[in-house]
Design a protein around this ligand. Structure first.
Ligand code: FES
Length: 131
């Protein structure tokens, strides 16, 4: 038989775990990529595709402080996308679809947006969340 004090303590521990669970799960899916392994991303305007956990991801160093991470394939017919640093858009060389840095379609024929991932810079590394 469990006494009242132990039961209240158990509820407190359980509540604490449940309240921090979303943050714990988010951290579990985050991973760090050293900028030293991604030289093209060391300066604003740079872009490159990296394979992360078996998944190709297009990284775009938007500014000195911000970085974007998106699916690198066009949602129309799957061509490899290219970041255009002049227009700050992502171009598809196959049928000229254009996407913005949030992954939204600016110009078709693509009609579906690109999947965008949470990515941020933290010192000399990229912190990416695949969740
Ligand atoms: Fe990109 Fe057709 S594959 S527009």
């Amino acid at each position: 038989m469990i006494d009242r004090r132990s039961f209240i303590r158990f509820l407190g521990i359980l509540l604490g775990i449940l309240m921090t669970l979303p943050a714990r799960l988010a951290r579990a899916k985050s991973l760090a990529i050293p900028l030293a392994k991604a030289k093209k991303l060391e300066k604003a305007g740079g872009s490159m595709v990296l394979k992360v956990k078996g998944q190709q991801i297009l990284f775009i160093r938007e500014t000195e402080e911000t970085i974007r991470a998106l699916d690198p394939l066009c949602t129309h017919k799957g061509c490899a996308l290219v970041y255009n640093r002049e227009t700050k858009r992502i171009d598809c060389p196959c049928h000229q679809s254009v996407f913005n840095l949030e992954g939204g379609v600016v110009k078709g024929p693509a009609s579906k947006h690109l999947k965008a991932y949470d990515a941020k810079l933290d010192g000399d590394r990229i912190v990416l969340s695949l969740g």
